[in-house]
Every structure is written in C-alpha cells, then in structure tokens.
Design a protein around this ligand. Sequence first.
Ligand SMILES: Nc1nc2c(ncn2[C@@H]2O[C@H](COP(=O)(O)OP(=O)(O)OP(=O)(O)O)[C@@H](O)[C@H]2O)c(=O)[nH]1
Ligand SMILES: [Mg+2]
Length: 398
Amino acid sequence: MGFFDVFKRKKREEKDKENIREDDEEVIEEKEQEETGESEGVSDSESDSDSESVSESGSGSEKEGQIKESAGDEKDDKSGRKEDKEKKSGVFGRLKKGISKTSGRIIGGMETIFLGKKEIDEELLDELEELFVTSDIGVSTTMKIIDDLRNDVSRKILKNPQQLKNALKQKLTEILDIDNELVKTDDKPYVILVTGVNGAGKTTSIAKLAKMFKENGMSVMLAAGDTFRAAAIEQLEIWGERAGVPVVKQKAGSDSAAVVYDAVLSAKSKKIDVVIADTAGRLHTKDNLMNELKKISRVVKKEMPDAPHEVLLVLDATSGQNAVAQAKTFGTEIGVTGVILTKLDGTAKGGVIVGIVDEMQLPVKFIGFGESMDDLKPFDAGEFVEALFESADETDYS
Ligand SMILES: Nc1nc2c(ncn2[C@@H]2O[C@H](COP(=O)(O)OP(=O)(O)OP(=O)(O)O)[C@@H](O)[C@H]2O)c(=O)[nH]1
Ligand SMILES: [Mg+2]
C-alpha cells in the first residue's frame, strides 16, 4: 500500500470514527437522559485532560494504537465503548475548543447582530459585513460573500435570519472546499519542505506531521534545514527524539540546501518514506531567505526531479492579515503548494483562513490548534465550518 493510500485511509478512518462517535454520543446521551434526566456537560472537561496528557510521545502513540484496535469490536463492550468514544472525541473536541475563539467572535457577534431580528434588513447585512472584516476574513472576500447574500435577499431567496445563516455556512464551505489532498507521486522518499516566517510554528508542525505519518506506518526523517540559528537545530533534534524519528543535521551556519540534500540521499538509501525539512524563518534579508529556499528546491531536484513534492507554508492564524501578506510573498516567490495554519486555538482571527483560500487559491492542508504533538490534523472544510457554527446551532435563535 502506497503513501497516499495509507494517508487517505487515515482520513477515511477519522471520518468513520467521527460518525461512530456521533452515533455513540446519541445512544449514550439518550441512555444518560433516561437514567439521570440530564444530557450535556461532560465532554469538554474530559477532552481537556486528554489534551494535557499527550505530551510524552510514547504513551501518546500507544493510546492511539489502543483506539484503533478497539474500534472494531467496540459494539460488545459498553464501558469500553464509552471510554473509546471519549478518546475519539478528543481530536474533534480539541478542534472545536481550539477554534472556539474564532467561533465565539463570529458566532457570538452574529448572536448579538441577530438578537431580536425577525427579518433581514440592510442594517443586519452591514453589521455582518463589519463582523467579518474584524474576524479577519478580509475585505474582498467579505464583500464577495455579503454581496452574494444581499442579492439572494433582494431576490427573496433568503427570507429570514436562519436562512441567511445557512446560506452563509454554505458559502464558507464552498470557498474553503478546494482540493487539499497531498500532491501525489510514486517517488520515495516523499519530500516536504516546511517554510514560513520565524515563530509561525514550523518546527512544532514538523514534529506533529512526523508523528502523524509515523502513526500511519510510514517511516520519517527530519532535515535540520534551519541552519541560521544553532538553537533551531537543537530544537528540531528534541522534537525528533519525542516523535521517535531520526534527524539529519550539520553545524549551524552550514548550507541548508546541503543538509536537505543529505537527508534525501540518506532517506533514499534507508528506504525512508517521508523527509520533512525545516527551514529558516528569517535571514539577514527577505531576498536572502527566498534565495535560500529556492536553492534548497533546486539542489534537491538534482536527486529527485519532482521533489520537493510539497512546499508547505506555515502561517500563524493570530497574525491575521499579516498571514495573508506572507502567503502572497511566499506563494509568488517559491511556489508554495499548501498551507499549515497554526495557533487556531489562540485567536479570534481564524477567519483569516477564508481570506487565504479565497484570495490566494492556496489550499489549507493542515491546521494546528495547540502545542502538543496531537494538535494537528488534515484540514476539512465541511468539518471546520460545522465547528465554527456549532455553538450557534446549539443556541438556536430561530
Ligand atoms: N497555541 C499554539 N501554539 C503553537 C502552535 N504551533 C506552534 N506553537 C508555538 O509557537 C511557538 C513557535 O513555534 P516554532 O515551531 O518554534 O516556530 P518556528 O516557525 O519553527 O519558529 P523559528 O524556528 O523561530 O523560525 C512555540 O512556542 C510553539 O509551541 C499551535 O498550533 N498553537
Ligand atoms: Mg523553528
């Protein structure tokens, strides 16, 4: 089974787990309601402790292994099922918690805007527009969405606030739902170059990716391509140890293209599946940085013409519109293939994801929503929008 089959299977399994989780939740909630007359209020605190306990890589992957094993025969054992359900709800729970600030901003704001409104008027649309801009969706994307909605309102397609909300959900999903599969190849190793300004979350995301691939049965090697700072090399080594993957390095100040090239050669001879290369976020000038990144690609191509297969740009969601500017710079200069959007847990500006995809047509491939190794997942537009709107659905202002 090839790299992509395994990766796709993982994505499918996640979806299946999600469905099982929802089914289980319904069953268990019904049961709890019968028993206690109550329903809500458990999952959040539990996913909290779940997320806190994962920092040791060994125990983390063991746990995941247990989840996979128990997924098949969970029907037989009710207590096992419940425990399993709680673990499975961990990722989605953290995602929801992670983007709750964004969600709180957009949805909380929507609640206020919609409060007491029985119909859609111009004031409501204006306020919605302002809310989107302040959530960092970006002016042009906001205009596009609001103009479309305004049109549908005047054509009486949208008749009340609830319909407006549904239409909005659909529009956001349409914008975000561009092809974000990993670039396909039969090459081995699969080479991923991770780029982005300093502090964006490159090194942390690399560790998270390494763990994700490893858990899917793939071997991973890291390349310490950020040779600008000695600390960067050490940091990658620490993460490599935690994730249990080898790190190819040279001393600080050496040629980063050479380090990545060495890693590719070594991975080839050792039949490693994936090479993930860290790169500098800052050099003396921006031009230096772009030239270095271009050189890495050029040098790697000497060994593998189609590599790097992915050039992922790490963007910090908390930097709002700056993230869009960085996407433009890196996107035009070095041919970025996708984005990893980090720190969605720390911002009310998660709307930036919509602006990046819409303005740049750059797919978001992964999202990061915390500092632990498990806080990264492939981006799924539908799921993301659902999570954004979840609290509004629960509140239900119809
Ligand atoms: N809350 C949160 N913090 C994150 C996330 N991703 C990374 N961080 C934190 O952001 C800080 C910077 O992350 P790094 O991975 O070192 O960033 P970098 O891009 O490698 O930075 P340089 O090596 O300086 O270029 C660290 O403190 C990380 O723990 C995330 O998704 N959520
Ligand atoms: Mg780094």
